[in-house]
Design a binder for this molecule. Structure first.
Ligand SMILES: C[S@@+](CC[C@H](N)C(=O)[O-])C[C@H]1O[C@@H](n2cnc3c(N)ncnc32)[C@H](O)[C@@H]1O
Length: 290
């Protein structure tokens, strides 16, 4: 079968099976392209038409195995391939951490403008998982020092694999820490995508999410347990002139009620996504004082 025909057929099967797309793509066709291109090692910069050719029997067999696992077991494609894309970079990706998908990628490629005007000296990726946010920051800001912190030892192993993948051992370190507890010093930029899914929402998530570590999703009863703790602690760890960029998903109302504060700065995204706010030092101090 021709590669192009295989992709079209697979997209139809994905759509008919009602798979959930949202771990790197947002529709069945892109999901089919991701699976086929990723499995065959094709160049994503070239179109399907440009790479069209007859599939070898061994390739077709391998693709069928992956497609079955995607449809029957609902394993997200990034886990099947062991790799994911974030902010234009490739990362190792497996069940030790969530699949990268934060809209913060767009802020990183844009250099966090207009909030930041230069290279932040010290950057913290808090709740780093496999390290995609902090590593993409390190690649965007070549003179910054970056700390990747997470409570999960296995997520940090994956983060170290990704540091090595990008050759960043000199500037990027990992720390195991419950939020800021084991971290030293101040940071000029803190970027965090903590767990923020409420218990009720967790119950309703599509089956694909069950393959991800619950520690990366579970934000407590209302979804804001970790986010609220993080906001209370960050005031003492952000340097003057610094920014905290925090993803909180759809818990904006919950958060604003918790802090009796409605003036969070919610950021807008050109390529989709929402639920990310930016806080500077004085705003954090105000929140911590409640
Ligand atoms: C939503 S995942 C984000 C992973 C990664 N930053 C990303 O965007 O793909 C949240 C991460 O927070 C970590 N985590 C959960 N509780 C934590 C805590 N108390 N302190 C530090 N990290 C925590 C989890 O292990 C998980 O890796």
């Amino acid at each position: 079968m021709l590669l192009q025909d295989y992709i079209t057929r697979l997209a139809g099967q994905f759509a008919a099976a009602g798979i959930y797309c949202g771990h790197g793509t947002n529709n069945a066709y892109d999901e089919a392209v991701f699976l086929v291109f990723g499995s065959l090692g094709l160049d994503y910069l070239l179109s399907v038409a440009e790479q069209n050719r007859e599939l070898a029997p061994a390739e077709a067999e391998r693709l069928e195995q992956l497609a079955r696992a995607r449809i029957r077991q609902r394993i997200p494609t990034a886990y099947l391939l062991g790799k994911a894309w974030f902010a234009g970079y490739e990362f190792h990706c497996d069940r030790r951490a969530l699949i990268p998908r934060s809209p913060i990628a767009e802020l990183i490629t844009g250099g966090f403008e207009p909030l930041l005007s230069g290279n932040p000296g010290r950057i913290l990726d808090l709740c780093c998982g496999g390290g995609c946010i902090g590593i993409a920051c390190a690649l965007r800001f070549p003179s910054s020092e970056v700390v990747l912190a997470d409570i999960s030892a296995v997520a940090l192993e994956l983060a170290r694999d990704n540091i090595r993948l990008h050759g960043l051992e000199e500037r990027v370190v990992t720390r195991q820490s419950d939020l800021f507890a084991a971290l030293a010093g101040d940071f000029d930029l803190i970027v965090a995508n903590p767990p923020y899914v409420s218990r009720e929402e967790l119950e309703r998530l599509p089956p694909e999410y069950r393959h991800e570590p619950a520690l990366g999703l579970d934000g407590g009863a209302d979804g804001i347990d970790i986010v609220a703790r993080l906001l209370e602690q960050a005031a003492n760890r952000l340097g003057p002139g610094g920014w905290l960029i925090l993803e909180t998903g759809y818990s904006a109302d919950e958060l604003q009620n918790h802090f009796s504060e409605s003036s969070f700065l919610w950021l807008e995204f050109e390529h989709g996504g929402a639920g990310v706010c930016a806080l500077n030092h004085s705003k954090l101090k105000k929140l911590a004082g409640k």
